[in-house]
Design a protein around this ligand. Structure first.
Ligand SMILES: [Zn+2]
Length: 407
C-alpha cells in the first residue's frame, strides 16, 4: 500500500468533501481517505509521500468524448457553421486521417495525460486509433462506431462494424473497455441502430451517440428540410431522414451505460426521454461554439447528469480537460462561478465515470486509484474558492496515478 498527502484533497464524493491537509492510502483501489494526522496514526509503518505547500490531490479527469482519429487537424477545417464544417471534413478526411498515425495519436494521448486526464471515451470510426490507445497507459473506453444510412449497404457496414468490435474485444483489459458508438440519428439506419444495440444489451457494453448537435440536424430530422437536404441528395441519393428524434431515442431502452453527446437542439420532451433512459449528456462546449455558435442549455437537463468532453481536434484547439473546463466555466456566464466550478469538477470526474459504467472519478474507499496532483500558485483562504481556482490556474499536473501506479 502507498500513501500520498496534499494540502487539499478534492474528493468529488457525494458530499463534495474537501479535506484540508489530507492523505489517501491506496493500492490499485483507494483504501482509506482522511486527514493526514489520522492517516499517520492508522498506518505508522508506511512511508508517506508528502506533497508541498498549496498542493492538490484529486481524481484523474475523465474526458467522456474524444475523436483521436482527427488529431491531424489544426487549421484545415472550416468553423462557424455546422454544414460548412461537415463539407470541409468530407473534403479533407483522407489527408487528416493519414496525418493522424499512431505516433501522432500517442503524442496527443501523452499530452492529455500531462494535462490531468486519466480516462477517455474514445470514439473510433475506423479503429485507426486502436494501436495508440492500446499502447497508452490511460484508461480507455473504446467506442467502435457504426455509421451508414444506405439500405443496400447495411450488411456490409454491419459486418465491418462487427469485425472492428471483435478486434477491439481482443484487447479488453482493466484499462481498455470495448464499447459501441452510434454515430447519430441522421447518419445511421434504424436497422443498424437496432442490431448494434442488441449486441450492446447481450454483452453489456457501454453505448454513446451524438444527438441533435446542430440546427441543420434538427430541421432534417423533424421536417426533412434545411441544408442537409442538399447533402443527403448529393452524397446518398436520399430525400428523407431515416428516423425522427423520438423514434431514435425509443430504440435505446435497457442500455445500462448510455450517453448522448451535444444535445444542443434537443427539446424538453427529448430530455425527459433521455432521463427515462437513465442516460447522461456529454457536454462539449468548445466544439458547439466553434461549429454551431450554440450551447447546451444546462437548465433543460434538470437532474440528468452531464459529463465533459473535448470532442476531437476536428472541432477543438486542445484536448486538455483543464482548457475545456475553463471554456465551460466561461461559457455559462449565467451561473455562479464558485458553485458552477464545483459542479464542473464532478462533471469531469464522477459523472464521466458513471456514464461509461466505471468505478472511478472519486476519492472514496474502493474506487479505482486514478489520481492527479498539482500545485496552486498561492494559498487559498476560503475552501469554497478551491474548485474555481483549480480550473482557472491548472495547465499541467505533476503526478499521475492510474490503477495505483505512478505513470
Ligand atoms: Zn463527437
Amino acid at each position: 500500500m502507498k500513501i500520498i498527502s496534499a494540502n487539499w484533497l478534492v474528493t468529488c464524493d457525494e458530499n463534495n468533501s474537501i479535506i484540508k491537509n489530507g492523505a489517501v492510502a491506496f493500492d490499485d483501489k483507494i483504501q482509506d481517505i482522511d486527514t493526514l494526522s489520522n492517516i499517520e496514526k492508522k498506518y505508522p509503518n508506511i512511508q508517506i509521500e508528502k506533497l508541498p505547500k498549496n498542493s492538490v490531490l484529486m481524481p484523474g479527469l475523465i474526458n467522456s468524448h474524444v475523436h483521436l482519429e482527427f488529431s491531424g487537424n489544426t487549421t484545415t477545417l472550416k468553423y462557424g457553421n455546422f454544414y460548412s464544417w461537415l463539407n470541409s471534413v468530407i473534403k479533407h478526411r483522407e489527408d487528416l486521417i493519414n496525418k493522424a498515425n499512431s505516433k501522432l495519436i500517442l503524442s496527443k494521448l501523452n499530452k492529455m495525460k500531462k494535462t490531468g486526464t486519466t480516462t477517455i471515451g474514445a470514439i473510433s470510426s475506423y479503429s485507426f486509433d486502436l494501436d495508440a490507445c492500446v499502447k497508452s497507459p490511460l484508461n480507455k473506453v473504446f467506442f467502435c462506431e457504426i455509421i451508414g444510412t444506405k439500405g443496400d449497404m447495411i450488411d456490409t457496414l454491419f459486418a465491418d462494424f462487427k469485425d472492428r468490435l471483435s478486434i477491439a474485444k481482443k484487447y479488453k483489459s482493466k484499462n481498455f473497455i470495448p464499447a459501441i458508438a452510434i454515430h447519430s440519428p441522421y447518419s445511421v439506419h434504424p436497422f443498424l441502430v437496432r442490431e448494434t444495440l442488441k449486441l450492446a444489451r447481450e454483452e453489456n457494453l457501454p453505448v454513446t451517440s451524438h444527438f441533435l448537435e446542430s440546427k441543420e440536424e434538427f430541421e432534417w430530422l423533424h421536417k426533412d428540410e434545411g441544408s442537409f437536404v442538399e447533402f443527403f441528395k448529393n452524397f446518398l441519393g436520399q430525400e428523407q431522414s431515416v428516423t425522427r428524434p423520438m423514434e431514435f431515442l425509443n430504440l435505446f431502452s435497457n442500455i445500462k451505460n448510455l450517453s448522448f453527446t451535444h444535445c444542443v437542439e434537443a427539446s424538453s420532451t427529448d430530455f425527459e426521454k433521455i432521463k427515462t433512459l437513465g442516460a447522461s449528456v456529454n457536454h462539449c462546449v468548445t466544439s458547439n461554439r466553434l461549429l454551431n455558435n450554440t450551447k447546451l442549455d444546462l437548465g433543460k437537463l434538470k437532474d440528468i447528469p452531464f459529463t465533459i468532453g473535448t470532442d476531437g481536434l476536428s472541432s477543438n484547439n486542445s484536448l486538455s480537460m483543464f482548457d475545456e473546463l475553463r471554456n465551460v466555466l466561461m461559457s455559462h456566464y449565467d451561473k455562479n462561478v464558485l458553485e458552477f466550478a464545483t459542479l464542473l469538477l464532478r462533471a469531469a470526474t464522477i459523472n464521466g465515470s458513471r456514464a461509461m459504467g466505471l468505478n472511478k472519478g472519486s476519492l472514496s474507499k474502493d474506487f479505482d486509484a486514478d489520481m492527479i496532483t498539482f500545485n496552486l500558485p498561492d494559498e487559498i483562504e476560503d475552501k469554497e474558492d478551491l474548485a474555481m481556482q483549480i480550473i482557472l490556474h491548472t495547465k499541467f499536473v505533476d503526478k499521475i496515478i492510474i490503477g495505483g501506479e505512478f505513470v
